[in-house]
Design a protein around this ligand. Structure first.
Ligand code: FAD
Length: 382
């Protein structure tokens, strides 16, 4: 294991942190409050390579290694969790399935525009009103009709859907719960019969939009089928493994931001004629925050490094996602505690961080599902 960054990775990291601090962070609170996506920053991300991180250069992407992608998502998470989620979902969930399983023609047709954000973003639609963790329970159906497929059903919580050029959709192509009953399809968002509902009203992450979708006789040609018929579930699990490293990185970024606010406040605010930072109870909280952020960051970089080495990383990704997301929730909670009453006020950013970070133990597989994945792996190793 070698954690030192290459010269290229260091330069990339510095560039993204500077961009995040200058272009993303200053407007994060205002846009989140209004529930608006950060389009000004997103538009600048295309030319910088932030929207094509998983896409090979041959298809217009910046073709980053996973460690570089993690560095970027962490920086964006520090600046604005909602924008970081937009970028992570676009790269990790929307672009990655085409990169991994697309035909040459599909890649040429769909990737170049989204890799620079020219024609919108990309999204992945798995979850339904009645099935999230239990992917084998999805009901959206795709039926063959000559050289077309007809999709009918509903999806729920689809991040970036209204901003997307296309949505990768997991649909049922056979009855039952067998692992070969599902297939992925690329659905351009202007396809007749697809309705994208207004953004869901959420607890946090105001700068990221997630939508319910309705598929009413959505006809798409067989050339938009992604991968073999029956390969959809296997493909989905592979995509989610990578996506989980992104959510871990995002969690580390939010936790870092909360820690920095708490440390600043502890040094400034006085109680009993001393700065809060002089009280051992507060010092211990800061020490625990810094230690757990460091541990989560190393776990996240390690999972990314394994992926880049072409080694198995399912367990490491699940562990990083589980640990980092639960760590970040605790860090944000403690950051509010250190702020006392002001921590509960919208005037200070820590309450927003706390609301934003709450998603991380739920999206892309809940903590319970991560534990199931980890338990299966450690038992197999026995
Ligand atoms: C802001 C946001 C953005 C999202 N973006 C997307 C997206 O872009 N694309 C997409 O497809 N989905 C997206 N989702 C959906 C998300 O992935 C699901 O919410 C998540 O996977 C959980 O599924 P569920 O909500 O159906 O909960 P359920 O599966 O109903 O789970 C409810 C509870 O039961 C627990 N549980 C379920 N099964 C088990 C089990 N076997 N053992 C133990 N506990 C279990 C869960 O851990 C959870 O605590 C998003 C969700 C949100 C909130």
């Amino acid at each position: 294991m070698n954690f030192s960054l290459t010269e290229e990775q260091r330069m990339w990291k510095d560039m993204v942190w500077e961009f995040a601090a200058k272009e993303v962070r200053p407007k994060a609170a205002e846009l989140a409050e209004k529930g608006e996506m950060h389009w000004e920053a997103l538009k600048k991300m295309g030319p910088l390579g932030l929207l094509g991180m998983t896409v090979p250069e041959a298809y217009g992407g910046s073709e980053m290694d996973t460690v570089s992608m993690v560095l970027a998502i962490e920086a964006l998470g520090w600046a604005d969790a909602g924008t970081a989620l937009t970028v992570a979902a676009h790269n990790g969930l929307g672009c990655a399935p085409l990169v991994l399983f697309g035909t040459e023609a599909q890649k040429r047709r769909f990737l170049p525009q989204v890799a620079i954000g020219e024609k919108g973003l990309a999204a992945l639609a798995l979850t339904e009103p009645q099935a999230g963790s239990d992917l084998r329970g999805i009901q959206t159906r795709a039926e063959r009709d000559g050289d077309h497929w007809v999709l009918r059903g509903q999806k729920m919580w689809i991040t970036n859907a209204a901003a997307a050029d296309y949505i990768v959709v997991l649909a049922r192509t056979a009855e039952g719960r067998g692992s070969k009953a599902f297939t992925m399809f690329i659905v351009p968002t202007d396809t007749p019969g697809l309705t994208i509902m207004p953004p869901e009203k959420k607890m946090g992450l105001g700068t990221s939009h997630s939508h319910a979708l309705m598929f009413e006789d959505v006809r798409i040609p067989d050339e938009f089928r992604l991968g073999e018929v029956g390969a959809g579930l296997r493909q989905t699990l592979a995509v989610l493994d990578g996506g989980r490293i992104g959510i871990a990185a995002l969690s580390v970024g939010v936790a870092q931001a909360a820690f920095e606010e708490a440390r600043r406040y502890a040094l400034e605010r006085k109680a009993f004629e001393k700065p809060l930072a002089d009280f051992q109870a507060i010092r211990f909280m800061l020490a625990d925050m810094a230690t757990s952020i460091h541990a989560a960051r190393l776990m996240t970089y390690y999972a990314a490094w394994l992926k880049d080495q072409g080694r198995p990383y399912t367990k490491a990704a699940a562990m990083a996602k589980l640990f980092a997301s639960e760590m970040a929730e605790k860090v944000c909670r403690d950051a509010i505690q250190i702020h006392g009453g002001y921590g509960y006020s919208r005037e200070y950013p820590v309450e927003r961080f706390y609301r934003d970070v709450r998603l991380m133990t739920i999206g892309e597989g809940t903590s319970e599902i991560q534990r199931l994945v980890i338990a299966r792996k450690v038992l197999e190793e026995a």
